[in-house]
Design a protein. Structure first.
Length: 364
């Protein structure tokens, strides 16, 4: 397959299933690009903007040999780069009401100064962290840490407790940082009510049936029934411990090597959350017992204890440890996000929906 970009003979040729090689504008060296079949058109669009060679060479002085599309994460478009200078991550972050990529480099620099293994961003030729590609899309380049991202509900107890203690350290360190945007707070509870969830689920079940997705339609029908009998939930935000935090702290944001954490990535949604929400959510996605919706109370107790080595929880927090997280996953329509999304990684919304319903069905 040959593509001609801007009349300069930019060649892309098939190398093996799901991969391509191309010649660099600046050096003429071969660059291998590995992608999934569903993201081939996106890859070609990025390549047509000279993203993998001329632009990154001019902006960062990087000589790229290989670029692999990362299919983790439901929002940002992320590429893993192998360069002469080292290994890096190219990220096209999403800006939204809950995602603030412009604030991420400064926050991560603060965290790293205080011993938290957060992302390390490269400055471009102007001295800034945010760059634009030829189509005006914002992107950043970060150092790539060693390690891999574990699967959901695959953490050993050692890794589980290590991650809990690290979350407590993050909350402690970020008390010295300026207040971040509100996450789960008064605005969330005003918007995310059982009645609105019921309306959203009805729209989503109709979409599922139109698409022949009978399994999701059955899940949504169960959720509709749950909303009809959902117990009234009242949370006193003044009594809950709320802290600056990662905002999306769970196992998919961990890099691990030899069974230990090497980094916590993706701080774009950093915000102020009730501490117990992030404690319970991170446990639910990491602990193997939660894969089928079960909760090992003894293990959860050890997780909370590990968190409290550096973090703090009051009695009201502990009383609402489950309730707040279950409320959030009960009223949030992940199926609706899945059907509305056009992202290559949209399947993650569906995985989140299935994970949540297993927990809810065990609890209710």
């Amino acid at each position: 397959m040959i593509c001609w970009m801007n009349g300069r003979g930019f060649t892309i040729r098939r190398r093996f299933a799901g991969s391509y090689t191309t010649n660099s504008f600046s050096t003429g060296r071969p660059i291998a690009v590995t992608i999934g079949e569903q993201t081939r058109s996106r890859c070609l669009r990025i390549l047509s903007g000279a993203m993998f060679n001329d632009l990154l060479y001019r902006q960062y002085g990087l000589h790229i040999h290989h670029a692999q599309h990362a299919l983790t994460g439901a929002g940002s478009d992320t590429w893993l780069l192998t360069c002469t200078e080292g290994d890096y991550v190219l990220k096209f972050p999403v800006s939204s009401a809950i995602d603030h990529p412009a604030a991420e480099p400064k926050l991560c620099a603060f965290l790293r100064r205080h011993g938290i293994p957060a992302c390390a961003f490269l400055k471009n030729h102007t001295g800034g962290y945010l760059s634009l590609d030829n189509d005006g899309r914002m992107f950043t380049v970060q150092q790539r840490f060693p390690g891999h991202t574990p699967d959901w509900n695959s953490a050993s107890e050692a890794l589980l407790l290590e991650s809990a203690e690290l979350l407590g350290r993050i909350h402690a360190v970020l008390q010295a940082y300026p207040t971040l945007p509100e996450g789960i707070g008064a605005g969330f509870f005003a918007r995310m009510t059982p009645q609105r969830a019921l309306e959203s689920y009805r729209r989503s079940v109709a979409a599922a049936l139109r698409l022949g997705d009978t399994e999701s339609a059955a899940d949504l029908t169960w959720r509709i029934g749950l909303m009809a009998r959902f117990p009234a939930q009242q949370f006193d935000l003044n009594r809950l411990t709320c802290r600056n935090t990662h905002g999306d702290y769970f196992i998919s944001q961990f890099l691990c090597k030899d069974g230990h954490l090497t980094a916590v990535i993706d701080w774009t949604s950093a915000c102020v959350h009730p501490v117990i929400w992030e404690v319970m959510r991170s446990f639910a996605y990491a602990a193997p017992c939660c894969a089928d919706g079960s909760i090992d109370r003894s293990l959860l107790g050890r997780y909370v204890h590990a968190y409290c080595r550096c973090g703090t929880l009051n009695d009201y927090d502990l009383e609402n440890l489950d309730r707040l997280y279950f409320y959030q996953i009960a009223v949030c329509d992940y199926y609706g996000q899945y059907y509305a999304s056009t992202a290559a990684n949209r399947h993650i919304y569906l995985q989140q929906a299935k994970h949540a319903i297993r927990l809810l069905q065990s609890a209710f």
